[in-house]
Design a protein around this ligand. Structure first.
Ligand code: G3P
Ligand code: CA
Length: 259
């Protein structure tokens, strides 16, 4: 995801948001496979923790929007991920809500995603979701990455989160893994953050060419949050961003080819 050099990369990294959310159900192995065909360099996935302390890829703190949990466990509202065990979550269909074509798709574990992508060129950008239900999540992610290191050591892999303090701690647990901070730090904080973060990832509407330059001056990379329209993608590239998260890796791939 991020190189070890301090300068901006010449090629914009095409990052499939939630594994690629426009053509397949978000945060699934199928989405990431589709994104790769569409030109993505990297799949971004969101990580949450189950009741039995397993790690699964799902964006929301609850299972309702992206699975059929309300049918399978009708009495368990509000269907928090952290109130369900992994065997329970594995019974859920994570594809039908999106399209009947994806019926039977499951909520993947982090381990399954690492295994499924291990032999491919696709990079991984893992977003750790911090919440009271995800109490041990940083340590669990670090342990899982340590245990599976040989699966991903030859590919780009980075970790990101909105919680910068947790990312500082994560960096001490796994100093070799590049960290991106979600949000827009004031420029006077960048030198301090550059001590442990390799990149900043902020909403595209908050990006300016001046801010891009300030982040690059600190030797960090800068990533745009989700953008899908070709006009916006072109503008972000003109600012010199190092990567863009998108639900439309196909659009970004086409725009990159125009240059
Ligand atoms: O666009 C930034 C993204 O990674 C954080 O947003 O809510 O899609 O995880 P979300
Ligand atoms: Ca995310």
């Amino acid at each position: 995801v991020m190189t070890t050099t301090a300068s901006a990369s010449p090629e914009v990294e095409n990052i499939a948001h939630r594994g690629g959310a426009a053509f397949a159900p978000e945060n699934t192995i199928a989405a990431c496979a589709m994104a790769q065909v569409q030109g993505a360099d990297t799949c971004e996935f969101d990580i949450q923790q189950t009741k039995d302390r397993q790690l699964v890829l799902i964006h929301d703190q609850t299972l309702g929007r992206t699975t059929n949990v309300e049918d399978v466990f009708p009495g368990r509202s509000p269907w928090r991920v952290s109130d369900f065990t992994l065997p329970e979550i594995k019974r859920l269909d994570a594809g039908s809500w999106f399209s009947p074509r994806y019926r039977g798709e499951r909520v993947p574990t982090l381990e399954q995603a690492l295994r499924a992508t291990g032999n491919s060129r696709i990079g991984l950008l893992l977003e750790i979701k911090h919440s009271p239900g995800n109490r041990d999540i940083d340590r669990l992610v670090a342990d899982k990455l340590e245990d599976t290191r040989s699966w991903w050591s030859n590919k780009r892999l980075a970790v990101q989160a909105f919680d910068w303090q947790s990312m500082r701690t994560f960096h001490t647990l796994m100093p070799s893994i590049p960290i991106a901070l979600l949000g827009k730090p004031s420029t006077d904080r960048l030198p301090e953050l550059a001590q442990y973060a390799r990149g900043i990832n902020l909403p595209h509407s908050d990006l300016t060419p001046e801010y891009v330059d300030e982040v690059h001056k600190q030797g960090m990379h800068i990533y745009s949050g989700t953008a899908n329209r070709p006009t916006v993608l072109r503008r972000l590239i003109s600012y010199g961003v190092d990567g863009i998260m998108t639900n439309r890796p196909d659009h970004l791939d086409a725009v990159k080819r125009e240059a």
